[in-house]
Write a protein that binds this ligand. Structure first.
Ligand SMILES: Cc1cc2nc3c(=O)[nH]c(=O)nc-3n(C[C@H](O)[C@H](O)[C@H](O)COP(=O)(O)O)c2cc1C
Length: 211
């Protein structure tokens, strides 16, 4: 089984909760007898390029009509899409930054949302996502507690992830949200981590039965 494991926390790795929780989830899978091949992608080191005019032109040109220059422009994205399509499971560690996903993850999404590879454009103009067979686990960390209260309406992270899942045909998406981890007292932080670890353990337990 192949897992694409993505980290995005800009903190030093040993100080990052999302990185720690991602590792813990993989360890829990191991404990359940799953020994996957891990394709690791650290988006703070392997930063994806922003969209360019050349990329947009190339990606919307039919494959058979692409020039060598267009093919070269898409080469990196092609390779990244291949990594996504090769994975049965995708584990994403995502801290909330300014109420939404890290910008590095947005450029990753821009890199891998590709007509004809990760989704199909159908003759009637509708689209069909091609990631239907994948389990995608979003491990999010937040400084504040957005489950209720004053900040609840500020969550611009979950909606964008759900929209992308919907577009890409990901029906098996799981969210483990560790919060509050910063703007609160020590006891609440600890409780938030305990909750997240319990959820990840239960998720590893149930998903391991499918592999
Ligand atoms: C630049 C920056 C922006 C942040 N913005 C938010 C935010 O909008 N809402 C929030 O709840 N937490 C915010 N946080 C707090 C982080 O989401 C929180 O500390 C999280 O646990 C970091 O995950 P990590 O330990 O994996 O790096 C922000 C942190 C940083 C560094």
């Amino acid at each position: 089984m192949n897992i694409l494991h993505i980290d995005t926390s800009a903190k030093k790795p040993e100080q990052s909760n999302s990185r720690m929780l991602g590792k813990l989830f993989l360890q829990q899978l191991n404990n359940q007898g799953i020994t996957p091949d891990i394709d690791y992608l650290d988006l703070t080191k392997d930063i994806q390029p922003h969209l360019t005019a050349e990329f947009v032109k190339a990606t919307y040109t039919n494959e058979q009509d692409r020039t060598d220059e267009m093919k070269a422009t898409l080469k990196h994205s092609d390779a990244m899409c291949k990594r996504v399509m090769n994975a049965q499971m995708i584990v994403c560690g995502l801290p909330m930054y300014n109420w939404t996903i890290p910008a590095t993850f947005k450029t990753f999404l821009d890199t891998i949302i590709r007509t004809g590879i990760t989704y199909d454009l159908l003759p009637d103009g509708t689209t069909k996502g091609k990631l239907t067979d994948k389990h995608v686990i979003f491990i999010t960390t937040r400084g504040a507690d957005l489950r209720s209260g004053a900040f609840q309406h500020m969550d611009a992270m979950t909606p964008v992830l759900k929209a992308c899942c919907n577009f890409l045909g990901i029906t098996n998406a799981y969210f483990v949200d560790a919060q509050p981890l910063q703007f609160t007292n020590q006891q609440e932080r600890e409780q938030a981590l305990i909750r997240a670890k319990q959820e990840l353990t239960a998720l590893a337990d149930s998903l391991s039965k499918l592999y």
